[in-house]
Write a new protein. Sequence first.
Length: 254
Amino acid sequence: MGVLRVWYPALVGIKAGTNVLVAGGTGIVGSGTVISLLKQGAKVLVATRSLDKFCVLHDVVSDDVKANLSVVEGDLSTYDGVKRVFKKASTGEHSVNHVVASIGNYWQKGWLTEQTLAEFNRSQRTVVSHFLMMRTFLPYLNLREGTPTYTVVTGHAGDEYIAPKTSFLSVGSGALNSLSMAARAEFNDQRVALNQFHIRCSVQPVPDHDLLPDPFNVGHDLIGGAIASSISSVARGKTVINTKQDAKKMILAQ
Ligand SMILES: NC(=O)c1ccc[n+]([C@@H]2O[C@H](COP(=O)([O-])OP(=O)(O)OC[C@H]3O[C@@H](n4cnc5c(N)ncnc54)[C@H](OP(=O)(O)O)[C@@H]3O)[C@@H](O)[C@H]2O)c1
């Protein structure tokens, strides 16, 4: 992912000490979310396959909140990996009330008819990970006191073909949209607030103020702030972010 640069938007909202699991917290969207949640006083557990990537994130987090950032290693496309993450996230000091699933796997490897079945199956591990996460965490969150939330982060590659050679990205994103739609329907009236946070613009791993003023290119801090706002407002259903302005509005509404 390279070096992350951090700018903290002024935010209020999440109750200090709230426990949040961010699956994919080392990624572009996930890291912005982790940073925003920490800034608001949350305790954040990051699920990742790579401790090296976690170290990059840990290094850029400001010293005063580092103690609130922990990690659990696990491949979420496997039952064993998700079980391992669940064990840490559901017990003792962590006992999360909020889960953000920002699991992604950008794919732009070639034309559709040139791909193998093995590559197809490999490219769909992301949607498998989301299914296993939902299957494991939604019933747990549903039994939690207070206002538990589950946020699934999705993108527009499932709505349209976004660039040449991205066929399997579209297949995976479309499947994730449908998985989220089914989960939203089935959990509509349940205690856990399930929200699909659907981003229809490009997110960059830099602070928003470093970007040119382009409504469709958003810094990960701003998107992370909007996701944190959706959790503190217990958003349920589908939140669609079309432009930078949409993300800003969500933060200001807090
Ligand atoms: N970036 C954008 O411009 C953009 C725009 C619109 C929507 N989105 C959406 O945002 C979401 C996240 O995208 P992103 O751009 O942040 O992706 P990213 O930078 O590639 O990060 C994806 C994260 O998912 C984790 N991950 C992937 N497979 C995993 C597995 N099997 N087990 C555990 N962790 C796994 C990776 O963690 P480790 O490698 O550390 O294990 C990584 O931290 C996606 O749904 C995407 O569609 C992104």
